[in-house]
Design a protein around this ligand. Structure first.
Ligand code: M6P
Ligand code: ZN
Length: 173
């Protein structure tokens, strides 16, 4: 894919989304590292089908493991993820309940239409996955910024834990 589009999402792009804004400020001040890259096939596969590979670096903002921003599709279309590298997971939210699905290479996860979705790297290496989605799905980021994902994924000893936060509060805090 020599003509693929590459988007780099840095720590500063997670403003308003993390549990610990001070830890984020410190990270931004220390070089504002790339948290993840999204490589998108231009024009998609065919017939309105889009393809992207997302790679999340290993790291955290305070205790909160590196993650994507998370979004909901405006057109309520579904999406499929295939894990290709590392260990991570998918947080799904319907606005009332959060669900966590751990992903290892070869695992396939379906995101039902209308669910907010975010991925998190919980492993010791990079976490990479391929996404197949409808072109023109229209990513809405405001909903997640406003109500959060209902859970956060935190470093815990050598592993991680998924902590329920509820949807009533803001995404930060
Ligand atoms: C997957 C797909 C993309 C998305 C990317 C990063 O590759 O769902 O559509 O852009 O993950 O997630 P986000 O857009 O939430 O930053
Ligand atoms: Zn999506």
């Amino acid at each position: 894919m020599t003509d693929a589009r590459v988007d780099e999402i840095r720590a500063s792009d997670l403003r308003g989304l993390v549990a610990d804004p001070r830890a984020l400020d410190a990270l931004v001040a220390h070089g504002d590292p790339v948290v993840y890259r999204v490589v998108t096939a231009p024009g998609g596969l065919a017939d309105g089908v889009g393809l992207a590979v997302t790679t999340i670096e290993r790291g955290s903002v305070g205790d909160e493991l590196f993650m994507t921003r998370g979004h909901v599709h405006r057109d309520a279309s579904a999406e499929t993820y295939v894990c290709t590298e590392g260990v991570g997971g998918l947080l799904l939210s319907d606005g009332a309940r959060a669900e966590w699905i751990e992903l290892r290479p070869g695992d396939v996860a379906s995101i039902p239409g209308g669910r907010a979705h975010r991925t998190v790297n919980v492993g010791r290496e990079r976490f990479s996955f391929l996404a197949v989605f409808e072109l023109g799905a229209g990513n809405d980021y405001e909903t997640v910024a406003k109500r959060g994902m209902g859970a956060r994924v935190l470093r815990s000893g050598d592993g991680y834990r998924v902590v329920d936060t509820g949807h009533a509060g803001r995404a930060t805090g």
